[in-house]
Design a protein around this ligand. Sequence first.
Ligand SMILES: [Zn+2]
Length: 132
Amino acid sequence: MGGITEEELESSISSSSMGAYRRAPSYDQPQILEWVSELREMSDEAFVVECASRILDSAIMNGYRGNAWGAHARADICHDEAQRRHEKAGHDASCRGDTLYSEGHNKALTSQGHKTNPVSPCTCGLEKSSDD
Ligand SMILES: [Zn+2]
């Protein structure tokens, strides 16, 4: 068992993601903790694929009338992890530019035959636009 603790989870994700985690079935919560520790170790490339897969699962489960919080929590946690990696790469916390989660979202969209979202450029000044 290489999972993180619930306290570690709570201190490292948004309160709305933590709310989704708490609503997930109790049998699923330990699996989420295990999965989060794997998520943190993933390369950026593998993490983007994980985002795409979790975003798609969550979207599919949106129409489910039972408890789909496990799926929603995983997608929300991918969002938080992407933000963590964005800031670790040097972006400001307030930067509105695309993250790895945006890349994963686009991967999920194109897999379903949809167009990708418009590009959101970095707003914190780390990545200078090529038009400058
Ligand atoms: Zn930025």
